[in-house]
Design a binder for this molecule. Structure first.
Ligand code: IPE
Ligand code: IPE
Ligand code: MG
Length: 239
């Protein structure tokens, strides 16, 4: 069902924030909040599938999140492994193509294996591309893109004069994906935290005070409804 065909964002990106506070408010360990956060991912996926959003990109672990206590990092990696292990069949059934961006080689081997398995198993699906940003930092991404471009120049395969916005976009981890139209951040924080700095240039932003584990399908549908009323000008004057 595509109920919002006109003003529907093709690509929704979400900074899923507030898991720790959600748990701490209840006197529970932070990991309990991460565990609960997986249900909100499912709610979002269901909403996106229902209305026909083509790309959903979720910030799940940043390049800065390694600064957290080892027990939290280990717990997050375990939850991720569990999630990937249990969701492949469902993703296949729903036409979800799974993808991951970030310095994946820096993740534990067991997580890398699960990621590659999920990507291979869902590679031909067309309904929705679900991308998890893992060990992701936008500045790392830009550094990696610049290195790849510089290599081409050094090898004499690329003329520096032909470096343009399209080439830079195509050199990022998100190559081939449209830029996000809508960025949602939960937990009421007004910051980007090193997420998709290049790609979010003209994204519409919605900050939601709810903590991520409280985020439900209706919250995403509300954000889509709100997006409909935005006037995107891309620097031009209103028509
Ligand atoms: C977001 O929730 C999930 C990750 C960063 C992995 P947090 O863990 O940042 O939760 P708060 O912001 O500390 O409440
Ligand atoms: C951003 O949240 C990263 C993810 C949601 C994975 P953080 O909680 O790490 O960001 P800061 O520290 O509040 O900026
Ligand atoms: Mg946080």
């Amino acid at each position: 069902m595509r109920s919002l065909p006109q003003d529907l964002p093709r690509h929704v990106a979400i900074i899923m924030d507030g898991n720790g506070r959600w748990a701490q408010k209840r006197g529970w360990p932070r990991l309990k909040g991460h565990e609960q956060g997986a249900h909100s991912v499912q709610e979002c996926l269901n909403a996106c599938l229902e209305v026909g959003v083509e790309y959903l990109t979720l910030y799940a672990f940043s390049s800065e999140n390694w600064k957290r206590p080892v027990i939290e990092v280990k717990g997050l990696m375990f939850l991720l492994e569990q999630y990937l292990g249990s969701k492949i069949e469902e993703m296949k059934k729903n036409g979800i193509r799974f993808s991951a961006i970030g310095r994946l080689e820096g993740l534990p081997k067991s997580v890398q294996e699960r990621l590659h398995k999920a990507m291979a198993a869902t590679a031909d699906n067309k309904q929705l591309t679900l991308t998890l940003a893992l060990n992701y930092g936008s500045r790392h991404e830009i550094v990696d893109a610049l290195k790849a471009i510089a290599d081409q120049v050094v090898l004499g395969k690329l003329d520096p004069d032909s470096i343009n916005e399209e080439l830079i976009s195509a050199s990022l981890y998100t190559a081939g994906m449209p830029d996000p139209d809508l960025l949602i951040r939960t937990s009421g924080e007004y910051r980007i935290s090193n997420f998709l700095l290049w790609q979010l240039s003209y994204a519409e932003m919605t900050i939601i005070p709810k903590l991520w584990p409280d985020f439900k399908k209706q919250d995403l549908l509300d954000a889509l409804e709100n997006y409909k009323n935005r006037k995107r000008r891309f620097g031009a004057v209103n028509a």
